[in-house]
Design a protein around this ligand. Structure first.
Ligand SMILES: Cc1cc2nc3c(=O)[nH]c(=O)nc-3n(C[C@H](O)[C@H](O)[C@H](O)COP(=O)(O)OP(=O)(O)OC[C@H]3O[C@@H](n4cnc5c(N)ncnc54)[C@H](O)[C@@H]3O)c2cc1C
Length: 370
């Protein structure tokens, strides 16, 4: 049996951020992930400057060895409808590839890791958590995403209906495809479904193209995705033939995730805690911020990990994101549906100041005191 101060289950942005910060607080951490990194993750790979700030990421250094695409404008509208373009004087977001980004964060964390190890059993023996009968610690952090085994243990549920279902593909275009592609690399495209129950995107990151569509539920996802791709192909945005099929994933937004995010000696972060933003579906920022916040709260608990000593964590999440009483089930378009709906998407003022500036670029953020 190997014994640590903290076991972190999951090595995505939440787990890597938390583990690295715990190490800096002087704790002996083991991070466990079932994947061997670099591993891919179904994601558009759009990060806001708040992610860069929270991570203290040196963009120039990162961009020298990884794909880093500055975004300075957006095309928005309804699928099949008219499009509006909004531009900004300087980059307001960045495109990254998750296969690179997550690996970078993991290496940067500098902690001991067990990769390619699936967490199958979690037992409590005296004051210790024991994973797979091999690793033990008094404190357990669940960072395993939507199907995190620690979230199941804490929440007592064996599977929560996902709220957002999405399909995505990312691939390297051939030189000919890159020349023919009508999508500008600095201008991601976001198009909403006519029923306003989801949206599709087309992001170019240098020579890589990322296409996807997310909806409130799995219903009609394949047919809407097919319509979206046919429309994009007709306008020369994406190649006629895609190199492979789309990959699917599902996740929960803030308000629809587990109600308990802490227990005695355990705590959930990132998607495991259901933190993605309801307005945009952005999940990397809450993953990083919750990971850093959790590390601070764990360090302050100084070895006494009873739930009451971890209470600052849910308190700060709630003050940043609001009360998570009611499930809020859809990305992006909740406000649209409640408001004037589709007509608003044709308004330049609305697309700039509400859709982009308020919902997609500057969502509420955790700003831990101290
Ligand atoms: C289609 C799509 C597009 C998206 N686009 C964006 C975007 O552009 N920008 C954005 O900010 N957010 C986006 N998101 C959301 C974002 O991807 C997630 O919120 C983010 O990945 C959450 O990070 P995490 O570290 O909590 O979880 P994850 O990144 O999912 O990491 C969880 C890790 O846990 C590991 N794990 C799971 N179970 C076990 C187990 N039993 N044992 C061991 N390890 C385990 C997994 O292998 C994985 O590496 C998108 C999501 C989807 C589905």
């Amino acid at each position: 049996m190997q014994t640590f101060d903290v076991l972190v289950v999951g090595g995505g942005p939440a787990g890597a951020s938390c583990a690295g910060a715990l190490r800096q607080h002087g704790l002996n951490v083991l991070l466990i992930d079932r994947a061997v990194f670099p591993r891919d993750k179904v994601c558009a790979g759009w990060i806001t400057p708040a992610v860069v700030e929270a991570l203290g990421l040196d963009l120039a250094a990162y961009g020298r060895t990884h794909v880093l695409q500055p975004f300075q404008g957006f095309r928005t509208g309804l699928i099949g409808g008219a499009q509006l373009e909004n531009r900004y004087p300087s980059p307001v977001s960045y495109g990254i590839r998750r296969v690179e980004f997550d690996h970078h964060l993991l290496l940067r964390a500098g902690v001991k890791m067990q990769l390619g190890v699936t967490v199958r059993t979690v037992e409590q023996r005296q004051q210790q958590w024991v994973i797979n009968n091999a690793y033990s610690a008094p404190m357990l952090v669940g960072a395993g995403g939507n199907f995190c085994p620690i979230a199941r243990l804490l929440d007592g549920r064996t599977g929560v209906a996902p709220v957002v279902a999405a399909q995505e593909i990312e691939f390297l275009m051939s030189p000919q495809q890159a020349r023919d592609c009508a999508v500008r690399a600095d201008t991601p495209e976001l198009f909403f479904c006519h029923d306003l129950k989801g949206y599709g995107w087309c992001l170019r990151k240098g020579e890589h193209l990322n296409i996807g569509l997310g909806r409130e539920s799995c219903s009609q996802l394949p047919s809407r995705l097919n319509d979206f791709c046919t429309w994009l192909q007709a306008q020369g945005s994406i190649p006629e033939r895609l190199p492979r099929g789309f990959h699917g994933h599902a996740y929960r937004l803030w308000g629809s995730g587990p109600q308990n995010r802490t227990g005695d000696g355990m705590l959930l972060i990132g998607d495991a805690a259901g933190l993605a933003r309801p307005q945009s579906g952005e999940g990397i920022l809450p993953a990083v911020q919750s990971g850093l916040l959790a590390a601070r709260v764990i360090a302050q608990a100084a070895g006494d990990y009873r739930q009451q000593n971890l209470a600052d964590y849910p308190r700060q999440l709630q003050s940043a994101y609001g009360k998570a009483a009611e499930p809020r089930p859809l990305p992006g378009v909740q406000g649209l549906r409640a408001g004037l709906g589709r007509a608003l998407l044709g308004s330049r003022w609305f697309s700039r100041h509400v859709l982009l500036d308020r919902w997609f670029l500057h969502p509420g953020q955790i700003r831990p005191a101290g």
